[in-house]
Unconditional design. Structure first.
Length: 644
């Protein structure tokens, strides 16, 4: 619904309206919320859509979506039954002096469309309460109905009409955790039969059917991915004699075309979700893990950036992107390539010998590219946690992922292709990252000064942070300090116009290299193809709703991240529940507004809420005893154990 409201704010072409949206459009026309002129639907100047914020004493502000204007004040008596965060349509009150104001005319969506509730016992009666807050869920159930369920039974709730959609299981079962985190954002693994039929309808790649594509099957491409990967977005080949890098990306846009059930599902998901034990793909597995995936020893359709570099300056001399057919000769995992770089892996045949030959030279090049990049961009050492769980969905172990030479090689190849893609258009989908606000930077400096750092303000934020990172290295706090620096920054997002990428230090940047798992990249492919083919119709379609699409995809990205993080918190909580009363090593990770610590023991990364603080010092290494665990809220409580 939010996407539709944004598009109506900016102007929605009638040819872009889906069948599901048409009744809503007609309803709004009848109510005169919107106008229809020259095939464009748009909000009437009297009306605005947005989310309700800062509800206090019967007044509130409407945070208008889709355009950059001041919030509208909503006075006491004009709110009705709306709650903070609700999606609403409001009528502007024109002609009034003072703050721009409005009154609510319709609530079109709740702040949280879906939630999870469970059965508890309260005052000797069963009650259905929200999983996170333990407030009543809003679903009206008679006591007789409640008594049919067991304590701890978990349900997915539709907050639009306050009804139970699905029973998920019981809170005592670790397997319910996955269902909980997905239900909160209405995510699902299964695809509709119509979508699966489309995915199954495509034939294997027959090169003779694509005479206009550039045939690169003789080039020894390879893929380098995690050992568990099943979807291979990218393959590389480096022609070192001509200093030309080929970055081949799965040509998803050949199969997922605009409109229709397959594209609608891809837009709805927007991202693949990666849990420790499995993935929930953006595209059906027939595409994501088979036909689109750049598997070894089979012909595959690819969209290829051919990038010629000046070996001395490391500048791009020229680049071009085109549709091609490739035939990857080898699928490597990161560990294999690292073993090769360490001299532990030898080639088994002539083809591997050729691949290892160009990878050696490519590593030298990407090492230099990274060195150059970090002179303007940032190198953050925050660690990524990898979690292993068993068949019963219980936590077994955790490890800290480390960046290795193979990761760096692939990363800088992909960064190069993404940069080149961003140069091809002025309006589209850019990946932007704005500079941090001065308020956040000052708070960061104060926090770091509290742990004994000498904050020397340099001529630029880059120089100052580089000096901070140097001090953190000397204090053996690289990862912890980098995490604080990252928290102080703005969140990267998608936008139709370029404003640069602060963290990477790039003037222009987009996402081009992962269309199997990110819808943003698929849109960039469609746009580049339209530009290269002088296809104004396709280009117009891509760009018509680009503002709304950028906002929607950014929101979907945050949802996917929340799901992945929340799932891990739930696994940590269940593990901690089995270790109540035991003592572990931890490190203080926050002191304001609450004291928190992260486990640094055999199980790493679990976030602890410290109940007895004393004189807690940021980044102090401590011993903690787990006191209690709230499984529904996935919160672990512990106290610091001081030596007497």
């Amino acid at each position: 619904m939010k996407s539709l409201l944004i598009r109506l704010t900016l102007g929605l072409s009638e040819q872009d309206i889906t069948p599901d949206e048409l009744p809503i459009i007609n309803n709004y026309l009848t109510k005169k919320y919107i106008t229809h002129k020259k095939n464009i639907y748009k909000f009437h100047s009297k009306y605005r859509a947005g989310t309700l914020g800062l509800v206090q004493k019967g007044t509130a502000y409407l945070n208008v979506i889709g355009e950059n204007i001041k919030d509208l004040f909503i006075a006491d008596g004009d709110i009705g039954t709306a709650k903070e965060g609700d999606l609403i349509i409001a009528q502007r009150l024109l002609g009034k002096r003072g703050t721009p104001s409005a009154k609510i005319v319709e609530i079109v969506g709740r702040a949280v469309s879906y939630s999870v509730a469970y059965i508890i016992e309260k005052e000797n009666k069963k009650s259905l309460v929200d999983l996170k807050t333990e407030y009543p869920s809003g679903v009206e159930l008679a006591q007789k109905e409640l008594d049919l369920y067991d304590l701890g039974d978990v349900f997915k709730i539709d907050n639009q009409n306050n009804t139970i959609m699905q029973k998920l299981g019981n809170i005592s079962d670790p397997k319910v955790d996955e269902l909980i985190v997905l239900a909160q954002f209405n995510k699902h693994d299964e695809f509709e039969p119509e979508v699966l039929e489309i995915a199954k309808s495509f034939k294997s790649v027959d090169a003779s059917k694509y005479p206009k594509r550039v045939d690169l099957r003789d080039l020894p491409f390879c893929t380098i991915d995690p050992v568990t990967a099943k979807d291979y977005d990218d393959a590389i080949y480096y022609d070192f004699e001509n200093t030309t890098l080929y970055v081949a990306i799965a040509d998803v846009s050949e199969y997922v075309t605009p409109f229709g059930a397959l594209d609608n599902e891809a837009i709805y998901r927007s991202f693949s979700i990666y849990l420790p034990h499995r993935s929930i793909p953006m595209l059906p597995r027939q595409l994501s893990e088979t036909l689109c995936s750049l598997q070894a020893h089979v012909d595959r359709l690819a969209y290829v950036f051919e990038i010629k570099l000046d070996i001395d300056s490391l500048e791009v001399i020229k680049s071009k992107v085109y549709e091609a057919i490739i035939h990857s000769d080898r699928r490597f995992n990161y560990e294999e390539i690292d073993d090769f770089f360490d001299g532990k892996l030898k080639s088994k045949n002539d083809k591997e010998l050729e691949i290892f030959g160009y990878l050696t030279k490519l590593r030298t090049l990407t090492d230099r590219l990274k060195e150059k990049r970090l002179k303007v961009g940032y190198d953050f050492r925050s660690t990524e946690l990898e979690m292993k769980i068993d068949d019963n969905s219980n936590l077994i172990s955790t490890t800290q992922a480390k960046e290795t030479p193979s990761h760096s090689l692939i990363e800088d190849c992909m960064l190069l292709a993404n940069k080149e893609a961003a140069k091809q258009f002025e309006r589209g989908i850019f990946r932007i990252h704005e500079e941090p606000s001065q308020t956040k930077i000052q708070n960061l400096y104060q926090e770091l000064a509290g742990i004994g750092m000498n904050i020397d303000i340099k001529n630029s934020i880059k120089e100052t942070i580089t000096d901070i990172q140097s001090q953190a290295r000397d204090m053996d706090l690289e990862s912890e300090v980098d995490t604080l620096i990252i928290r102080a920054q703005m969140q990267a997002r998608y936008a139709p116009l370029n404003s640069g990428h602060f963290g990477l230090g790039f003037e222009q940047y987009t996402h081009f290299t992962s269309p199997i798992r990110r819808y943003s990249d698929l849109i960039v492919h469609r746009l580049l193809k339209a530009i290269n083919n002088n296809d104004t119709i396709e280009g117009s379609y891509v760009l018509r709703n680009i503002e709304a699409l950028s906002m929607t995809i950014s929101e979907k990205e945050r949802e996917a991240s929340s799901i992945e993080v929340d799932f891990m918190h739930r696994k940590f909580a269940r593990w901690a529940n089995e270790h109540i009363g035991e003592i572990f090593k931890a490190r203080i990770s926050a002191t304001d507004p609450e004291v928190k610590a992260d486990l640094t023991d055999k199980i790493q990364g679990a976030r602890l809420n410290i109940t007895s603080t004393g004189d807690a010092i940021l980044f102090e290494d401590i011993n903690v005893k787990i006191d209690k665990v709230d499984i529904p809220k996935a919160r672990i409580y512990a106290q610091i154990i001081r030596e007497s």
